[in-house]
Design a protein around this ligand. Sequence first.
Ligand code: FAD
Ligand code: N01
Length: 546
Amino acid sequence: MTRQTAKPDYDVVVVGAGFAGLYMLHRLHGLGLSALVVEAASDVGGTWYWNRYPGARCDVESMQYSYSFSDTLQQDWHWSERYAAQPEILRYAGHVADRFDLRRDIRFDTRVTSAEYDEAAVLWHVRTDKGDAVSARFCIMATGCLSAGKMPDIAGVEQFAGPIYHTGQWPHEGVDFTGKRVAVIGTGSSAIQSIPVIAEQAADLYVFQRTPNFSVPARNTDMTPEYESSWKADYGARRQYARTLRSGIIYQFGTTGALEVTADDRRGVYEGRWTTGGIGIMAAYTDLIFNEQANDTAADFVREQIRATVRDPAVAQQLLPDDHPIGTKRICMDTGYYEAFNRPTVHLVNLRTAPIEAITPTGIRTASQDYAVDAIVFATGFDAMTGALLAINPRGSHGVALDTAWQDGPRSYLGLMVAGFPNMFTITGPGSPSVLSNMIVSIEQHVDWISNCLAWMGQRGATTIEPSEAAQEEWVAHGYEVAHRTLYPQANSWYMGANVPGKPRVFMPYIGGVGVYRETCDAIAAEGYRGFEIDAATASSRVAAE
Ligand code: FAD
Ligand code: N01
């Protein structure tokens, strides 16, 4: 017997209207559940709404970086380039919202500020910055892994006389840097995409680099009708295959270890992949993320390309990544990044030799020099994976807040649910493959799993679900063990929380692979949601009420 719950405003509240929130809403419509999506932005698109910096585009080919849930959608939509640029991806998100009639249930320009589980009523109470208070049986966090922008704490920022931008909150009207002296702080993916484009306009561009990163050329091209139709003729089978892979992305996969072939053979393979472009270089051999010596062969090859591209050997030397195995930080993909340093107007500022001391009214002061600039671009990344969730800091059973439950780093079961937070799901939460994959593949898998779970609960009249502590512990330990079989934990990456001072150092995504992970999730569901406690929260609230 389950407890009769109080009547909620909605069956489900979803936070976020990026690719995760949109597909979630579509599935909830299909289940006949009432739903409200709350979105801080003025429109759909998430990442692609906010990140409008020059040069922003996806690094997974668009034929793959797109939804697979509707065959008519994937057949109808035409991508104009191999890697679509931000405006086109944003148009696609808008098209999906219109095509599936999603906007009617989305409340825009509204930020969720709190979410509290009410044990007695078996409801989530969600509050927003607009003063709304809504209740729902389920709360689904589609808040994004890379949606909480990070501005470093540099003294004097408020004194700067010119404009300051963050790549993740770029002005909608765009920015004209023509004739301006511009500083870009950071050399991660956002910086590496934007620097060549800003360099075309700026009178002088100063690139403030703390840690050099590995970047490979995109070799972006217009979509050819032949390539597009080869995908569309075989879309269903290709999508199905992608779901079984480690990253959810189809590449040409090597079948041997890098050290099993001769140096000449390896060079030929790496050169071929460098010429084709894209991050598929990491799929050339089976052991690149497991074996340091194997990894070195790819890293050395990329370093050689950097030396060959950048004309000034002293600048090239400083651009060589040297503190992490290739691929253990998200590998960057560029269009003309290293070439940009051959322009006389692009200046590399090496923060390793002279760190930033302050921002002044006229520019940036390092330990060795003042740089006068008219505008500053912070390409300083995100409080990844946990930032947006902890900004809401939901409170679960007994009023325990997420930041308490996660004080030693995020803990979850499958990256889908957190013990002590009944009926709260996290789409691509920490503990799932998420950022190590084609994220749309991972989003669809999570949304489908959650939808099936809600349908299953509905059929049984179940009211609550949450993971057991034991199942969560086991999953966290398994995630740790799998991560430490790879080279990833060696890097000071945002995967490890290393980019946010004070953040616990834990490898946050699940690296066991999208295909294996999907099988695990499916098996758990097939076994009646093994490791989840169904109606335990309702039972305990009944006892408390008696
Ligand atoms: P998001 O798109 O981040 O959407 C989350 C939404 O939640 C946002 O709109 C946000 O405003 C909203 N939100 C958050 N908190 C609140 C709150 N408290 N109240 C209300 N609303 C809230 N992945 C790939 O697989 N391939 C790529 O090529 C790729 N390129 C990327 C390029 C950039 C520049 C960035 C930053 C990320 C990229 N990613 C890529 C990762 C990308 O984030 C995902 O692919 C995907 O877009 C995530 O969708 P999402 O819906 O989960 O999250
Ligand atoms: O952020 P990042 P990002 N002083 O964290 C530097 C996805 N994405 O926005 O390494 C000086 O990678 C920091 O230096 P260091 C993708 O998953 C994809 O670029 O900490 N520098 C680093 O260089 C990606 O991984 C695409 O020493 C400071 C940079 O800022 C993720 O989003 C495009 C500093 C931050 O790099 C995040 O990428 C864009 C300080 N105080 C994003 N603080 C595609 O191509 C930070 N830095 C698909």
